[in-house]
Design a protein around this ligand. Sequence first.
Ligand SMILES: [Zn+2]
Length: 252
Amino acid sequence: MNDHQLLRYSRHILLDEIGIEGQEKLLAAHALVIGAGGLGSPAALYLASAGIGKITLVDHDTVDLTNLQRQVMHTTARVGQPKVASGRAALQAINPEIEIVALAERADAARLAELIGTATVVLDCTDNFTTRHAINRACVDAKVPLVSGAAIRMDGQVAVFDARSGATPCYACLFPPDQQFDEVQCSTMGVFAPLVGIIGTMQAAEALKLVAGIGESLANRLLMLDARTMEWTAIRTTKSSDCPVCSGPSGH
Ligand SMILES: [Zn+2]
């Protein structure tokens, strides 16, 4: 780190948990943020300000006026732009010293596997089960830790799925792919603006902890927030012995 970086990251370096060594791990890391919306905005903003050396944003969508109530990485002036271009502008304005890769595409399973193979940590900031399962499978295959967030109406949840450890559950252990869920998406439903900020910021915190090797991650736990009462519920999660993704003959 040069003198300028020592100043920029001084409040991290002063932390016993991070220090120069931890900050260097952050600077050497590549975070893949899939979804540049309500969760991806705060997550990516904090990863950039904290000095994650390379951030790849993936999102096929463009900025819409209805996004601005909660997707704080975007601005009124950037309505109509690809979300990843708008996001890159926001992240570069905060930290021009890191690399931002903007991919305006809807990544399919093959593309996800390719992208996830190069990542230190993956943040699932998407809003549909099909993509969530594809991201999970690619993370299990590549043994890359996954920080998963979700928020709808007044309810949020956050969890870590760390495939580097064979003992912890994956996303599919908790939400079996063959099970039917009522799919509710922010694109059509209401969502409380700061809720995505709370959950997305927690995703950034967990990603930074995983990269720097700090503390205990949310692997084995699912945290759920009811923003009406601001009450958190932690559920202990376990690996499913018949999970089609991480257990059995084709699993790990
Ligand atoms: Zn599993």
